[in-house]
Design a protein. Structure first.
Length: 337
């Protein structure tokens, strides 16, 4: 896949458009129905694949960041998975999500550029964040609960999954295009007085803190209020004595503004060299928009398994942990246009 981000102002894009006969050609192709577009692109892919040889496939495997093997130690990452699974509350349902999501699942829900998602020939895209798939499933289940029990149905939906995801943007050296995330979502309905928000946040933060404590790490929770409601939620969360963690308020955070609403957070491991981000989350309006109901609420969070696994692996080796490897990334940052 070409790393050039195509767009109306991109030089490579403009050159290709001219060679194909102008922007009208692109508009006509983009305007095709989903099935017609897939038929056309399948034939294009078939012709391109027919030109490949074993030697060219091996060359691409060596040089293409999307297909190269992960650098994270498998056993350490698996240990991180088991650790998080062991701390998951029993009422959270674990799901096996598909490696693909519907086209636009990232850009239509979060303000994420489509150029930073690996799009397929069919009307799908490679998962870049497991919380998007979990949000879609949660919306379906919330709709079913509401249909069965009425609009006042308070039943929350709590889901979790582990997924290897891929992102299309270029990262600095040491970062990988694909990595594993452990994700959780809590979906429900506005209960008034921010009761849902307070309860959902306390449960998700409790899980993250317990996981780091179980790993032998010192947890820190960094809260970033994004609204007056977020300020109220943060004030209560800061006083949660049940959270065995350092709780700080980070008003300098810029990542995720516009992506999250009311409040977002990071779950960090406090190391000698400073906080190391392990988890990231916050409230979104995804289920509210999916169900066209502003009373719906959704809290999402994700934990970098490669990064946590690297820490656990260094612990086993008795390493002083100098310089945490850049393995595993935070959730998609909507500030990246």
């Amino acid at each position: 896949m070409n790393d050039v981000v195509a767009g109306d102002g991109d030089g490579a894009y403009q050159r290709v458009v001219r060679e194909l006969g102008g922007a009208d050609v692109v508009a006509r192709i983009a305007g095709l129905s989903g099935s017609d577009f897939a038929s056309l692109m399948l034939e294009v892919a078939r012709r391109r694949a027919a030109r490949e040889t074993p030697a060219s496939v091996l060359r691409r495997y060596r040089g293409d960041r999307f297909v190269q093997a992960g650098a994270a130690a498998w056993r350490s990452s698996r240990r991180a998975e088991d650790l998080l699974l062991g701390c998951l509350p029993p009422d959270v349902e674990l799901m096996t999500v598909a490696p693909l999501v519907p086209l636009g699942a990232h850009s239509a829900l979060g303000t994420v550029s489509q150029n930073k998602v690996v799009t397929t020939i069919r009307p799908c895209e490679v998962a870049a964040d497991p919380t998007n798939a979990l949000a879609l499933e949660a919306a379906i289940r919330r709709a079913a609960v509401t249909k069965a029990n009425g609009s006042a149905a308070p039943a929350s939906v709590r889901l979790a999954t582990i997924q290897r995801v891929t992102r299309g943007q270029l990262y600095p050296a040491g970062w990988q295009a694909h990595f594993s995330l452990f994700a959780t979502v809590t979906a429900g309905r506005d209960e008034g007085g921010l009761r849902f928000e307070r309860a959902a946040l306390a449960l998700q933060l409790g899980f993250g803190v317990a996981a780091l404590r179980t790993a032998g790490l010192t947890p820190q929770v960094a809260l970033t209020p994004l609204s007056a409601a977020g300020e109220a939620i943060a004030a209560e969360a800061a006083g949660l004595g049940a959270l065995d963690a350092e709780i700080v308020t980070d008003r300098t955070r810029t990542a995720g503004r516009g992506y999250y609403r009311d409040i977002c957070f990071k779950v960090n491991a406090l190391l000698d060299e400073g906080p190391a981000e392990i988890g990231d989350g916050g409230f979104t309006d995804w289920t509210a928009r999916l169900l066209a109901n502003q009373k719906e609420r959704l809290l999402i969070s994700g934990y970098g398994l490669d990064r946590l696994g690297a820490l656990l692996g260094l612990q086993l080796l008795g390493s002083p942990r100098p310089g945490l490897p850049l393995l595993g990334l935070p959730l998609l940052d909507a500030s990246h246009d």
